[in-house]
Design a protein around this ligand. Structure first.
Ligand SMILES: Cc1ncc(COP(=O)(O)O)c(C=O)c1O
Length: 399
């Protein structure tokens, strides 16, 4: 009998290298404080619920009322009978939000990236992809069958040299990048990327997952904030982060979206997202657009946290560009030890992030708009308390 011994060997290897993951189970709350199975209460600093909307009463009511009207599940794929009027209204609203002709909604941001990239890009094409792009972009490019060129993180001269060297060997050339990089909290050099794209006649696709709701006057992202729409007509976003719900979308020209609806396998061969979820997103979208005060509070919390941590000379922080605050460590063991102490001694939930998610181990702190000033100051004090066990970082260490 095949007893799958090789699986145990693989699991053991993960355990030995400190890379085996365990799930912690939440039993109440999506707010700043959550209770875990076993009764421990912890202060959440690892969510992407940037505007605190996952527990907003109006979002919850929208979900409930649509479930009462349509049922919980959509029961069919979009192209069969799974498109309710709510799906249609949401896609129109997302297109307006993104200032594009059209939009299509997916069951997750992951599904959006995989579906969109494999639908638009073919095997005769080349894709130039930032080395820190999200896994869902990487998987979408793989699925497209195109030839991939990875440029050094945010290095536009490297991007340009790769394009110059290779572009003539391919039918079309695509540049794909996150706008906000989720694990380092930095922002792509978008204007320069756009200029290079225009110069060499490349198509662009950007992923605004961590920028949606966080940047821009109405909250649609970095492209809106920097007014770069002319370079980036096709944008991917998520409703799982600042929107506090779930799902992903692509906004762009009508013909692009029409093709995606016909060709993206994660759209065509998947059950349509629940109408209840769609109604929750519609409410959340309203709150994102009208809630610039929430964005201001988010940024204020992030600034206080960053400047408090910055005073601690033992910590090597990222530069402050977004509300994603990153503390880098030399080893998995050190990052794990600080993450465990934060959790066990200080009741703060910000686990270590380690390979394969990132090369350099780190703690990633994500303040949200509903953290109180006390919550933020508590985290700063917790790091002061833990600093005695943290080795100073060598100067000039690469991320
Ligand atoms: C940059 C980026 N794109 C896409 C995704 C996937 O989005 P979702 O969680 O909605 O599947 C994530 C989520 O972690 C992300 O960080």
């Amino acid at each position: 009998m095949n007893n799958f011994n090789f699986i145990d060997e693989e699991l053991e290897l993960l355990t030995k290298s400190g890379l085996k993951r365990e799930l912690k189970t939440v039993i109440t709350g999506g707010g700043p404080w959550v209770e875990l199975l076993g009764g421990k209460r912890v202060l959440q600093f690892s969510s992407n619920n940037y505007l605190g909307l996952s527990t907003h009463p109006e979002v919850i009511n929208a979900l409930k009322s649509a479930a009462s009207k349509y049922g919980v599940g959509s029961t069919s794929s979009r192209l069969l009978s799974g498109t309710t009027e709510l799906h249609t209204v949401l896609e129109k609203s997302l297109a307006d939000f993104e200032n594009t002709e059209s939009a299509v909604f997916f069951s997750s941001g992951y599904a959006a990236n995989v579906g969109v990239l494999s639908a638009l890009i073919n095997k005769e094409d080349a894709v130039y992809s930032d080395e820190f792009n999200h896994a869902s972009i990487i998987d979408g490019i793989r699925l497209s069958g195109a030839t991939k060129f990875i440029y050094n993180h945010n290095d536009i001269s490297h991007l340009e040299s790769l394009i110059k060297e290779n572009k003539d060997n391919f039918k079309r050339n695509f540049i794909v990048t996150d706008t906000v990089f989720s694990m380092d909290g930095d922002i792509a050099s978008l204007e320069q990327t756009g200029i290079v794209a225009e110069k060499y006649n490349c198509f662009t696709v950007v992923d605004e997952a961590h920028a949606t709701g966080v940047f821009g006057k109405k909250g649609s992202g970095v492209i809106e904030e920097l007014n770069l729409g002319k370079y980036f007509p096709v944008k991917i976003g998520t409703c799982s982060k600042a929107f506090g719900v779930e799902g992903g979308f692509c906004a762009g020209p009508k013909n692009v979206i029409e093709l995606i609806k016909n060709k993206a396998r994660s759209f065509v061969f998947s059950t349509s997202p629940s109408p209840a979820v769609i109604n929750a997103i519609l409410k959340s979208l309203e709150l994102v657009i009208d809630g610039s005060w929430r964005r201001e509070k988010l940024w204020q919390n992030a600034k206080i946290l960053y400047s408090g941590l910055k005073k601690n000379f033992k910590l090597k922080l990222n530069d402050f560009k977004t509300p994603i605050i990153v503390i880098y460590f030399n080893s998995v063991e050190e990052a794990m030890s600080v993450g465990d102490k934060l959790f066990n001694e200080c009741h703060i939930w910000a686990p270590a992030i380690r390979p394969p998610s990132v090369k350099q181990p780190r703690i990633r702190l994500t303040p949200i708009s509903t953290h109180s000033q006390d919550d933020i100051e508590y985290v700063i004090r917790a790091f002061d308390h833990l600093a005695k066990d943290i080795k100073p970082q060598p100067l000039g260490m690469a991320n």
